[in-house]
Write a protein that binds this ligand. Structure first.
Ligand SMILES: O=C(O)c1cccc(C(=O)CC[C@H]2O[C@@H](n3cnc4c(=O)[nH]cnc43)[C@H](O)[C@@H]2O)c1
Length: 262
């Protein structure tokens, strides 16, 4: 956290939080939490657009936190590149982030994560980074390198779940959206704690890890994980759930103290 000096006095530490979504519609859903009349704490200054090399941010400044919203792109690679650029730019400016949140809509495993609900990642797992063999899928770590899991700080997960009422579990990152019951069952067999899948969380977590920054992932469920039925996706409901979630998460994450885990 950064201590802000004001007229010679040290004021409350202000949290700097980066929220990475895949697409602008998700970013705007998060932004609505900060502008809605229901928000528990309104912005102290107007929303600003910040442009840095490779990064365009929407910034909301509140009493206890500076929130930078980034539409980081679809898929783990683009999300990692965008978040890494934002983390580097902030560090070089002398205002590093305390926390990165990967947020968006996602597929929910049934019945644990119904459409319209919110889930929090206790573990962020890349589901398809590895090798296919005659005996099944081998994660890249079984080949002797890389990482397949990232773990948000436990106290952060607890704070997020308490604020939103959401369950915590594994959120999978996939490069191919699951489209059959067979693939959904295969993922569940390999990841029994999986609540949801998205396409960016692991990329965001890799970037955060490389910078030594804490990470959290939250997903609002727009569709069940299973047979593809794009027409049945409830994107509007999920975006509404995302807005509501950030209304509750904002004060909770601003007051999170990472030293609670140590
Ligand atoms: O068409 C729209 O209006 C619209 C508005 C907001 C978001 C979208 C997206 O398509 C977002 C893509 C994003 O969503 C995640 N996602 C959603 N469902 C799944 C799923 O079943 N499996 C994996 N990922 C899913 C993913 O993170 C995509 O990047 C459209």
């Amino acid at each position: 956290m950064v201590l802000q000096a004001e007229e010679g006095l040290l004021t409350t530490p202000s949290a700097r939080i980066l929220v990475a979504t895949a697409v602008p519609a998700e970013r705007d859903a998060v932004a609505r939490a900060f502008s809605s009349p229901d928000s528990q704490d309104s912005p102290d200054s107007p929303v600003e657009q910040i442009w840095q090399p490779g990064v365009g941010l929407t910034r909301t400044t509140r009493t206890a936190g500076v929130w930078d919203l980034l539409d980081a792109g679809v898929g783990p690679a683009r999300a990692a590149a965008s978040v890494s650029a934002a983390l580097t730019a902030a560090r070089l400016a002398g205002t590093p982030y305390d926390l990165v949140v990967s947020a968006g809509i996602g597929g929910g495993f049934q019945p644990e994560a119904p459409v319209g609900s919110l889930v929090v990642a206790r573990r962020i797992t890349v589901a398809d980074l590895g090798a296919e063999t005659a005996d099944g899928f081998l994660p890249v770590t079984d080949l002797g390198f890389g990482t397949v899991h990232h773990y948000p700080p436990r106290s952060l997960v607890r704070v997020a779940c308490q604020a939103t009422g959401a369950p915590a579990g594994t959120i999978l990152t996939v490069s191919t959206v699951t489209g059959t019951a067979a693939r959904a069952a295969e993922l569940r067999a390999r990841h029994p704690q999986a609540l949801a899948e998205g396409m960016e969380g692991f990329g965001v977590a890799e970037a955060a890890d490389a910078h030594g920054t804490a990470v959290l992932e939250v997903r609002a469920v727009s569709n069940p994980v299973g047979p593809r039925d794009r027409a049945a996706w409830r994107i509007g409901d999920a975006l509404t759930a995302l807005t509501e979630a950030f209304g509750k998460l904002a004060p909770a994450l601003e007051s999170w103290n990472r030293h609670d885990d140590q």
